[in-house]
Design a protein around this ligand. Structure first.
Ligand SMILES: [Zn+2]
Length: 263
């Protein structure tokens, strides 16, 4: 039995037995892992208040190869996203990001880049001045890059132009077509130039500069539609994912605000 120390993000927690908690974590060194915190829900426990979803912690646990679940020994909080957790919508969006990591098999292995992305995403959600929807979009676009599914958004796959009044993205083929070439393409998601430009930025702007992202509200709908369709088709694990439900809800919300604004 080895003692392991690692920085980790709490993806979710569940009650276990009378007083314990079962934690699903994404750890920098070990990838996705399940830890049991014995007695964590008892009023006397020194773990109380430290084991909350989306907290960044340092855990010490006993690793036994033969067990799927390991025993938590010590924990200290490195970052508690308290502003984020006070905002219901941001919490759901951040939890959707955590859920994506938990679902993707490829993300279950240790991956320092994906770990840093999730860490930076939680910190960004805690900065209330950044639009939460942009954080979710940027996370999704950048996760695609790190998982090796990055959609090519730079030019038309048929004629190589990088200028068009409208674009069409063929989801199944993962190919972008300009307006002219799209006439011969029967299915796909339409993207206005602003949405296509925004998707390029969202895929590349590092988290430290997400506060500078400028996306016109009119492009949001196209981005929602694109990401929903792309994730549903290419990453089967996301079927039934809370994130997509959240996206749908936000889509409805955006429609409402759009209608209100134009009255
Ligand atoms: Zn073309």
């Amino acid at each position: 039995m080895a003692i392991v120390k690692s920085e980790a993000i709490i993806l979710h927690t569940a009650k276990m037995g009378e007083t314990s908690k079962r934690l699903k974590l994404y750890s920098r060194r070990n990838g996705v892992l399940t830890l049991i915190a014995k007695g964590a829900r008892s009023p006397k426990s020194r773990l109380g208040g430290m084991l909350e979803t989306l907290y960044v912690v340092e855990v010490v646990f006993y690793e036994k190869e033969s067990r799927d679940m390991q025993l938590l020994s010590q924990v200290s909080v490195l970052f508690a996203p308290k502003r984020l957790l006070k905002d219901a919508e941001r919490t759901v969006m951040a939890m959707a990001c955590a859920e994506m990591i938990e679902r993707f098999e490829t993300a279950q292995n240790p991956n320092a880049v994906i770990y840093s992305l999730l860490h930076a995403t939680i910190r960004a959600f805690d900065r209330l001045e950044i639009d939460g929807r942009l954080i979710l979009f940027a996370f999704q676009m950048q996760l695609l890059q790190h998982l090796g599914f990055a959609p090519e958004m730079n030019r038309c796959v048929a004629c190589q132009t990088s200028e068009s009044e409208e674009w069409k993205f063929h989801i199944e083929e993962a190919k972008l077509y300009c307006k002219k070439c799209a006439q011969a393409v029967h299915s796909g998601v339409f993207l206005q130039p602003a949405a296509r430009a925004a998707l390029q930025c969202l895929a590349t702007v590092p988290a430290a500069r997400w506060h500078t992202l400028q996306v016109p509200p009119a492009a949001f709908m196209d981005i929602f539609a694109f990401l929903s369709a792309f994730y549903t088709f290419h990453l089967e694990e996301t079927r039934g994912l809370r994130a997509l439900e959240v996206l749908k809800q936000m889509k409805a919300l955006e429609k409402n605000t759009f209608i209100k604004r134009n009255k």
